[in-house]
Design a protein around this ligand. Structure first.
Ligand code: PLP
Length: 386
């Protein structure tokens, strides 16, 4: 550390050089990220609320009321009249809270000590962190031939130690939606906590549905659904960190509450203590700013780009792995391995794609920063590498 203060200008100059090393969403080369550039209006709001700490809501009553309103709005979007929950740092923290609620609930009301959690092989790795922290056993359910959770496999894996079943609305690798209606019924019949991880799909599916896209039910309309994760910092265009966890009942927050002696409130249910109000308020501002019609237009545009990419890939002879349900396309070259192709794409024009594991394929996430022009350039490079 320097002994004497350094001039602001000098520090900013150093930081500019450092920032030059980061890739920029607007260059359109980032093709495998589920995050994107935050909306300019959200950034404006964010800076205003940088000091508000939702960890001490008695001091920041205004900001706390915005969190409550935001949860209610997202809850209604997911067909829940009275929603409970928090805006947290992302899908990971939201999933950890859901698992913790399920674990504590099962411990309190069913006396389960060595809990098991059933989830598909396609589940996000955040559940591994949750299981590790809470000493739970992960029971992996099989996928069917369409890479969705196999309902019978889930049924067969339920035991007296099952504390939760998890399904995904928008898988991380392929953007697919599990058969949530059937699973909700199974969970309900067996009185098991059912969590839907819609971190990716949550800000798309309801809006696409409202303009006529055909999706199966995935939200609180299904009586078995206990909680849903939905990430404003993905298709919601909110600044990171912004994830959402929505619970059907207040008791799921209550079973996680610990005493918080030195604060203005008596208990706290979130994982994080001091926590940012800024991204919550930015999320709220964007919900108002776009409204249903604005978000529907955004989501529709992403789906159009997705179909454009899928068709173009097929035209030039690449194999598209599955028919996309949300804005992710996974494909392969007929001969080259995905890892080799990914390397060549980076060399030819700086493309940053990601490689899915199950199945092995190049995975493109069509986020807002990826325009039709970028896609045309990408297709032309792929043609060259064919
Ligand atoms: C992105 C994602 C997560 C993790 O969210 P973070 O915000 O990166 O913590 C969890 N589940 C699914 C399905 C996701 O797509």
């Amino acid at each position: 550390m320097n002994d004497l203060p350094i001039d602001k200008e000098e520090i900013l100059h150093e930081l500019d050089l450092i920032q030059d090393e980061d890739l920029k969403y607007r260059d359109g080369r980032i093709l495998g990220s589920m995050c994107t550039e935050a909306h300019p209006f959200a950034k404006e709001v964010y800076v205003k609320f940088l000091d508000s700490n939702l960890g001490d809501p008695g001091l920041f009553r205004g900001t706390k009321s915005v969190e409550e309103k935001t949860i209610k709005i997202i809850g209604r979007l997911l067909n829940l009249d009275e929603a409970y929950g928090n805006i947290v740092t992302g899908g990971t923290e939201a999933n950890i809270m859901a698992v913790r609620a399920a674990r504590n609930h099962a411990r309190k009301y069913k006396g389960i000590k060595n809990g098991e959690i059933i989830l598909p092989k396609s589940a996000h790795f955040s559940f591994k962190k949750a299981a590790d922290m809470m000493n739970l056993k992960i029971i992996e359910a099989d996928l069917d031939e369409n890479y969705k959770i196999d309902v019978n496999s889930v049924k067969n894996k339920i035991t007296e130690n099952t504390i939760a079943i998890v399904a995904i609305a928008g898988t991380t690798e392929l953007g697919l939606i599990d058969p949530i209606e059937e699973l909700s019924q199974i969970a309900h019949e067996n009185n098991i906590y059912f969590h839907v991880d819609a971190a990716f799909g949550g800000f798309s599916i309801p809006f696409l549905k409202s303009i006529g896209y055909d999706f199966p039910e995935f939200d609180f309309k299904l009586e078995g659904v206990s909680s849903i994760t939905v990430d404003p910092h993905k298709m919601g265009l909110a600044p990171i960190p912004a994830g959402g966890i929505i619970f059907r009942k207040k008791e799921y927050l209550e079973v996680m509450a610990v005493d918080s002696p030195y604060l203005t409130v008596k208990t706290q249910s979130t994982i994080v203590g001091t926590r940012l109000g800024a991204s919550t308020v930015a999320t709220y501002a964007l919900l108002k700013y776009f409204g249903k019609s604005g978000y529907s237009k955004l989501a529709d545009n992403l789906m159009k780009n997705t179909q454009f990419l899928r068709q173009s890939l097929e035209e030039i002879g690449y194999d598209v792995i599955v028919e996309p349900e949300l804005n992710i396309v996974a494909f392969n070259h007929p001969e080259k391995s995905p890892d080799d192709l990914s390397e060549e794409l980076e060399k030819i024009n700086g493309w940053k794609v990601s490689v899915a594991n199950c199945p092995k394929a190049i995975r493109i996430v069509l986020m807002n920063h990826v325009t039709k022009t970028h896609l045309k350039e990408f297709i032309s490079d792929l043609k060259e590498l064919y």
